[in-house]
Write a protein that binds this ligand. Sequence first.
Ligand code: ADP
Ligand code: MG
Length: 253
Amino acid sequence: MSILEVKGLYKNFGKSEVLKNIDLSLEKGETLAIIGPSGSGKSTLLRCINCLERAEKGTIILDGNTIAEEVAGVTQYLKDEELTQARLHLGMVFQNFNLFPHLNVLQNLTLAPMSVDKKPKEQAESEALDLLGKVGLRDRADAYPCELSGGQGQRVAIARALAMDPDILCFDEPTSALDPELTGEVLQVIKELAAEHMTMLIVTPEMGFAKEVANSVVFMDEGRVLERGTPGELLVNPKEERIKAFLNKLLSV
Ligand code: ADP
Ligand code: MG
């Protein structure tokens, strides 16, 4: 069974239909890249999967647990408490890191494990230091977010998401706020996670990166999934003219 199943998802903002009948599934250990033009609904889809936005219609099943279910044409969500528990299966890394500015790096990593998971401080800190080692920042445990470069900040954000041991890690354009010379260090961390078979959902404008790390690529356009395929199929020889045009335009800049 898929670790994530999204069926018939619709999301409106006022009168504008932003997601239109999205079906998406993700297997354990898979890295799925979501690409497509700006405004096509990629961020909204991730936010709906994370329940940061609520869909009007559709079903979301996470790890066998139905968190949102369409009943008689309307989506009903789990109760708040159950939803909070279910959402712990998901980690989210945002474009702008969203680190807590008043906490140092170590405290950013230990806050949720201590308050939500009720881990003892010593255990939370020792696990946090291991995770910082994994993203190459063990020596910055005492630094505050404002003292970090963008690349370091994003690596801390990834370590913080990993500290809750999520089943799926979601990224929304994790390198888009970074200077070009800093993107490599963040992409490298994500590549290493892919090599360890972390299950990931990555919205990215970096086609080369998508080609290298993703097992599967989805192209979104105007709130719909236009095509899904392996990177070799979809990024090299897409069936849809719309995708060919999109890729050609990227190559010509
Ligand atoms: P993408 O991430 O693919 O660029 P988004 O999911 O951010 O696209 O946005 C899809 C569409 O939804 C856009 O037209 C955007 O203006 C609109 N939109 C996104 N968030 C909101 C919001 N909170 N309120 C109103 N409209 C929104
Ligand atoms: Mg977006």
